[in-house]
Design a protein around this ligand. Structure first.
Ligand code: MN
Length: 229
């Protein structure tokens, strides 16, 4: 994929994210915005194919089943569902939390990655915010890796924006998302074993050292601008 095409895909993705990741149900699996092998050697093609085609598809299918079972959820975007989990009917709350979280989190995850040659650097307001909050991009990625390494079991490390516009770095178990806490997710690092086990087996820190080479900083800078302008 050319850089121009990739940036086009990222811009389209940013627009989709701004409006809630997905239109009305039934929810669908978004197309991966690059080839399965585009993140080699950091993330291997087989992992990308299974992660996207099988794991993400399963979240989509199971979310659709949950939403179909509860008519009051009709027409809600996945972002809306996750933002008001506590008010959802108890019968579907856990399914929406897990399967809806899985769909939203992975939809964002694919867009936040890019081939290493196109990874770029943070720019504009995001670069300034990373300097202010973490002492620079390198210190931020060090802290991101440490946070992600500290997740016990399955979960994510998250960079999000709170209601005051501040960056927050934290972790969440399973498929929980900052959306449920009223924050806007900028970047999530998936540390479920399915994200790295084929290539890295038990060596999660090696996966984390690798994935920071394929972060799509152009996309993240644009996304942060949308959240804070
Ligand atoms: Mn995953």
């Amino acid at each position: 994929m050319t850089r121009r095409t990739l940036l086009g895909a990222a811009a389209a993705g940013a627009a989709a994210v701004a409006t809630g990741w997905s239109a009305d149900p039934p929810f669908t699996l978004p197309k991966l915005p690059y080839a399965y092998d585009a993140l080699e050697p950091y993330i291997d093609a087989q992992t990308m194919q299974i992660h996207h085609d099988k794991h993400h598809q399963a979240y989509v299918d199971n979310l659709n089943k949950a939403v179909a079972s509860e008519p009051s959820l009709a027409g809600m975007t996945v972002e809306q569902l996750l933002s008001k989990l506590d008010s959802l009917p108890a019968a579907v709350r856990t399914a929406v939390r897990n399967q809806g979280g899985g769909h939203a989190n992975h939809s964002l995850f694919w867009l936040t990655l890019a081939p290493a040659s196109q990874s770029g650097k943070p720019s504009g307001a995001l670069a300034a915010a990373l300097d202010k909050s973490f002492g620079g991009t390198d210190k931020f990625t060090d802290k991101l890796r440490a946070s992600a390494a500290s997740v016990f079991g399955s979960g994510w490390a998250w960079l999000s924006v709170d209601g005051s516009g501040n960056l927050v770095l934290d972790t969440a178990p399973n498929q929980d998302t900052p959306l449920t806490a009223g924050r806007k997710p900028v970047l999530g690092i998936d540390v479920w074993e399915h994200a790295y086990y084929l290539k890295y087996q038990n060596r999660r820190p090696e996966y984390l050292a690798a994935i920071v080479h394929v972060i799509n900083w152009d996309f993240l800078s644009h996304r942060y601008d949308e959240f804070t302008r």
